[in-house]
Design a protein around this ligand. Structure first.
Ligand SMILES: NC(=O)c1ccc[n+]([C@@H]2O[C@H](COP(=O)([O-])OP(=O)(O)OC[C@H]3O[C@@H](n4cnc5c(N)ncnc54)[C@H](OP(=O)(O)O)[C@@H]3O)[C@@H](O)[C@H]2O)c1
Length: 292
């Protein structure tokens, strides 16, 4: 049986849906059962902060797709529970982790990866570039003001649709031993700037969407004013500043190598999510903006 954590989130919900479609015995871990994905899967309610709920969710599990906000103590608790419960393989969703990154979230990812590597479990790392789904957080401002604020300058991003990260995870868990010890760098098919995002949205929406460039410091304040938790806003602003410097301008063909398919383009992502940019949305329905 496969356990998907973070199953109410961007990658986890799609991974659960794909595993259900593949008829893979699957359990999802969610904090709130009402936020479980619409799929025919077992539901375990639990919290990364409560090891007893993790142990209950891990019972009888062979493989875990590990998605979380990447708070080191929390993910380490999940991995420790997996070891206790005899799990064989973990597929960890991660980013450009580095112990000396200026971005706290990436240092946290590096800490988690070290713990996983020394846990004795077999594992695969899915190291994704920024998700296209982050653009959904811009939808309310775009609807209000026909533009969005961003501090990524003219930096390019190998942006990937989170559904493709989920598709890679679903492929890996179908044959974990073939992917043991591997780290796959996942990107979309093209390098995209936020000017490109504005252009694509303009084409899809039929009016000009303006990219309002700002500095990471001003962007941080704006995100906090909009209700993004300060730690998340700080990491986001740092990541956007790095994007401006070219940090996310990388592409890889490893998605195609693992899945045998082509990653979704920005145009496809926007077409599939056009309702988010046209219909009334509440901030709660899209969640806080997180980058990597
Ligand atoms: N976003 C990006 O651009 C990006 C790019 C590359 C890599 N990544 C990596 O992807 C991973 C997930 O990020 P994301 O942005 O995809 O997050 P996300 O969609 O918000 O998913 C996070 C999930 O964790 C769950 N969760 C949070 N706190 C929990 C707790 N205490 N106990 C149990 N479940 C809890 C959330 O459930 P609730 O619904 O209950 O809150 C949600 O299902 C991170 O490792 C991140 O570094 C993200």
């Amino acid at each position: 049986m496969i356990l998907v954590t973070g199953a109410s989130g961007k990658v986890g919900s799609e991974a659960a849906r794909l595993l259900d479609a593949q008829r893979q015995p699957t359990r999802v871990l969610v904090r709130d059962a009402s936020r479980a994905p619409h799929a025919d899967v077992e539901i375990a309610t639990g919290d990364f902060e409560r090891p007893d709920t993790l142990d209950a969710a891990m019972r009888g599990i062979e493989t875990v797709i590990l998605v979380s906000p990447a708070v080191p103590a929390q993910e380490i608790a999940v991995i420790a529970s997996a070891v206790r419960q005899g799990v064989r393989h973990i597929v960890k969703i991660t980013s450009k982790a580095s112990a000396d990154s200026p971005v706290e979230r990436r240092r946290g990812q590096a800490q988690i990866e070290v713990y996983l590597e020394t846990s004795g479990l077999s594992y695969t790392l899915l190291r994704a570039n920024a998700y296209m789904q982050n653009l959904l957080a811009l939808a309310p401002t775009i609807k209000q003001s026909r533009g969005f604020l961003m501090s990524a300058g003219d930096g390019q991003v190998g942006m990937i649709d989170a559904r493709d990260v989920a598709a890679t995870a679903a492929k890996v868990v179908a044959e974990p031993t073939a992917h043991a010890g591997r780290a796959y760098w996942l990107t979309g098919p093209e390098l995209i700037t936020y000017n490109d995002v504005a252009k694509e949205l303009s084409g899809a929406l039929g009016y000009t969407v303006e990219y309002r460039q700002t500095t990471p410091t001003e962007h941080l304040s704006a995100m906090v004013r909009a209700g993004v938790p300060e730690t998340v806003a700080t990491s986001n602003a740092q990541a956007f500043g790095l994007i401006a410097e070219g940090d996310a301008a990388w592409l890889s063909d490893e998605f195609a190598a693992v899945t045998g398919t082509t990653p979704r383009s920005l145009r496809t992502f926007i077409a599939d999510h056009i309702a988010a940019f046209t219909e009334r949305l509440t901030p709660a329905s899209i969640g806080p903006l997180r980058t990597r």
